[in-house]
Design a binder for this molecule. Structure first.
Ligand SMILES: Cc1ncc(COP(=O)(O)O)c(C=O)c1O
Length: 436
């Protein structure tokens, strides 16, 4: 393949996401993927340490998932899901519900953003159908939920969406107790955040439809972690106030945090849970909102007015469902949660070493996700060190996409120990070189 020609053609016709096209280095042409590796058009190999934006679980081009999609494509590639149904969608719903005790209805959407959008609308209409107009929503400072209007409204505090301010609706912002290994002030910070939530619920709880949150790890705002006990207390308070708790597990779902779903670590069931990314093992865009029965029941009635008037052309696409079923089976067969535990242990060993570097701040780990911040005079998503780090890693054949001065690893679960050590060696080198 003519690599330079592909880049030139790309530059002529493509528009890449979250990219300043006037400044970005040329995109890297990729022709194949295998396991945790991506293969460049020039034959170079790149270790995918971010699971291609947190989607890949079992490895790239995994033959079992590829086969399941191909088989499904030869039988039924797509059918409208209003008024029709099909085996892969029903079976996937059954399989998801078997893994989400306390939840009983699966609503399919396309991707993380549209799942969040659907969940927000469900929460709004749930209260309305029961005779209460609740016009407020709440979300945590630093939460990111996607790029559609509702998701942006909830994720406004990330600062990604300033240009769209006029398109967004009000979402009340609550403080979030980001914590890390060895953080001896976490108790106090948790308590202050819970007090702020209590105050908020006392004042506005009766008007608040739902609290939307990324459980345990806020991804895009810098892998900001919080404790399961904090999550549990938040969920308890929402339940008491009649405010729906929407768990955005688009990033944390399917083993990323060490349990199949992050909410399991709080020991409570959310009212609605949004799933995507790892749902199909990272093969196809598909998402689901899984709801408690009480919520579903509120939409039943004798007129269309109480029905959920929401859907997408590709709702419950059979290919996506087939991929998801194959991925769930691989999670079981591969004992992936055990593997995530091993990855976490390896992360911990290296983080303990890096924690001794003067430029490394706030080392943190949860399941397959490890992160730390580099000491930087101008921290934030636009920190100048970000692009330099990305280039540093790419030169070494490592796909790492720092979030400002936050460096993190969130590899596919199939990564080998040897490859992970190699990644951490580069992390250590970067921390010494760029850590101020
Ligand atoms: C927690 C969370 N929610 C929602 C989204 C949006 O998902 P998508 O990019 O598939 O629309 C993301 C994407 O990174 C996410 O991390």
């Amino acid at each position: 393949m003519d690599v330079m020609n592909l880049i030139t053609r790309d530059r002529r016709v493509s528009w890449h996401p979250f990219t300043q096209e006037a400044q970005a280095p040329p995109p890297v042409p990729i022709v194949a993927g295998r396991g945790a590796w991506l293969i460049g058009a020039d034959g170079r190999e790149y270790l995918d340490l971010i699971s291609s934006w947190w989607v890949t679980l079992h490895g790239h081009a995994h033959p079992e998932i590829a086969r399941a999609i191909a088989k499904q494509a030869e039988t039924l590639e797509q059918v409208i899901f209003a008024g029709f149904t099909h085996e892969p969608a029903v079976r996937l719903a059954e399989e998801l519900l078997a893994r989400l005790p306390g939840l009983s209805r699966v609503f399919y959407a396309d991707d993380g953003s549209t799942a969040v959008e659907a969940a927000l609308k469900m929460a709004c209409q749930f209260h309305l159908n029961r005779g209460h107009r609740r016009h407020r929503f709440a979300a945590f400072e630093g939460g990111y939920h996607g790029d559609t209007a509702g998701a942006m409204s909830a994720g406004r505090s990330t600062g990604f969406f300033d240009a769209f301010e006029s398109m967004l609706f009000q979402v009340d912002r609550l403080p979030y107790p980001a914590t890390w290994e060895g953080d001896d002030e976490v108790e106090g910070r948790d308590s202050a955040c819970l007090q702020a939530l209590d105050d908020y619920l006392a004042e506005h709880g009766a008007d608040c439809a739902a609290l939307l949150a990324e459980p345990l790890v806020q991804g895009a705002s810098g892998m900001r972690m919080s404790r399961p006990v904090f999550l549990r207390r938040v969920m308890e308070r929402c339940r008491r106030a009649g405010v729906l708790f929407i768990a955005d597990e688009v990033m944390t779902g399917f083993g990323r945090t060490g349990t199949l779903f992050a909410c399991e670590q709080a020991g409570l069931t959310p009212d609605l849970i949004c799933l995507s990314k790892g749902l199909t093992g990272g093969f196809l865009p598909l998402s689901a909102v899984v709801a408690r029965e009480e919520i579903y029941q509120a939409f039943l009635g004798d007129s269309f007015h109480t029905a959920f008037a929401h859907g997408h052309s590709f709702t419950a696409n059979p290919l996506g469902c087939a991929a998801a079923l194959a991925s769930l089976e691989l999670l079981r067969q591969n004992d992936s949660l055990r593997r995530v535990g091993e990855i976490e242990a390896l992360h911990r060993r290296w983080l303990a070493e890096l924690a001794g570097f003067p430029g490394v701040l706030r080392p943190r780990v949860r399941g397959a996700i490890a992160a730390f911040d580099l000491r930087d005079p101008n921290p934030g998503y636009h920190a100048a060190v970000g692009p330099k780090l990305r280039a540093f890693f790419l030169e070494r054949g490592l796909v790492v996409r720092p979030l400002g001065e936050t460096v993190y690893l969130s590899p596919p679960f199939c990564i080998t120990d040897a490859d992970l050590h190699r990644a951490w060696e580069a992390m250590a080198e970067a921390a010494q070189r760029f850590g101020g």
